[in-house]
Design a protein around this ligand. Structure first.
Ligand SMILES: [Zn+2]
Length: 288
């Protein structure tokens, strides 16, 4: 009898412990993600002075072209969409180019499974691939959209490519574009976007609540071109292509406050991302 009572008490205690544990764990998993940087092309030798303000004119840096895959719950999200139109490939002659949609497929994600694409800014190497993903909603700052184009797909500022402006207009007409109003806006559970980086008129960066290698949940910052390289972040140097250098530096400082750890800030074009996060390798980096 005593043994039975003790056993019952143990079972009850275990059940209670399980019950106590389950809700918070579930809650964490529901709004936390796995973030993976996928490299789809490389420019082997780019003048560093175009990336880091004040850099020596003799220095050159390889540029990685990447999209970030953010997976959690029933969402498959991309931060930026890369590029695929032939004119960009002809003009830039990138090495080891693979269409971003094919890079996703190689990593087990069919393009139609992408639910959302957060476009950091309207430059061709971030926006052009948006129509490779036929079911995705496109998230863009309203001020960015309105500064560069309109619902007719006009080019209002030449920083946007004419074909990409037309593509955005047709995605808008199809009801697939969500315009975001301003800074510090949570757009999905666990994902918030921020402005002020000033790479373009209203370029944005994002924080993502993520599962990390040590089993904890932390905040990753996807900087995109608001910080091209680790050198910008670590040497406190603004990006060269900025509409407001001071604003860019302030945004980079803010990224440091937002990230759980500075190592979790992912710059937009640094090949070292794939060295600092070497797993699983071959142009695929789990940010953890
Ligand atoms: Zn850019």
């Amino acid at each position: 009898m005593t043994t039975v009572r003790v056993l019952s008490a143990l079972v009850a205690a275990t059940s209670l412990a399980q019950f106590d544990c389950v809700p918070p764990t579930t809650r964490l998993l529901a709004d936390s993600y796995q973030v993976t940087a996928l490299r789809f092309a490389t420019a082997p030798s780019y003048p560093t002075r175009f990336l880091v303000a004040g850099a020596d004119s003799t220095r050159r840096t390889p540029l990685a072209f990447t999209v970030c895959l953010i997976q959690g719950g029933d969402r498959v999200i991309l931060m930026d969409a890369g590029f695929y139109r032939q004119k960009f490939i002809d003009r830039w002659k990138p090495e080891n180019y693979v269409r971003p949609s094919e890079v996703l497929q190689a990593n087990g994600v069919e393009p139609e499974r992408v639910t959302d694409i957060v476009i950091s800014h309207i430059h061709w190497d971030h926006l052009d691939g948006a129509d490779l993903f036929p079911r995705a909603r496109i998230w863009l700052q309203r001020a960015e959209f309105e500064h560069y184009t309109n619902d007719s797909g006009a080019v209002l500022d030449r920083a946007i490519d004419a074909d990409d402006a037309k593509m955005l207009a047709s995605l808008r007409a199809a009801g697939r574009v969500r315009l975001i109003d301003g800074d510090s806006v949570p757009i999905m559970p666990g994902i918030t976007v921020f402005t002020g980086g000033k790479h373009t008129f209203a370029s944005q960066y994002a924080t993502v609540r993520s599962r990390l290698a040590d089993g904890t949940v932390g905040t990753i910052v996807l900087a995109s071109d608001n910080a091209y390289l680790y050198e910008n972040l670590e040497q406190h140097r603004p990006i060269t292509q900025s509409l407001d250098t001071l604003s860019n530096l302030r945004a980079q400082e803010r990224m440091r406050r937002l990230a759980s750890n500075p190592r979790l800030i992912v710059p937009g074009h640094d090949v070292a991302v794939f060295e600092r996060f070497p797993k699983p390798g071959h142009g695929v980096a789990h940010i953890e």
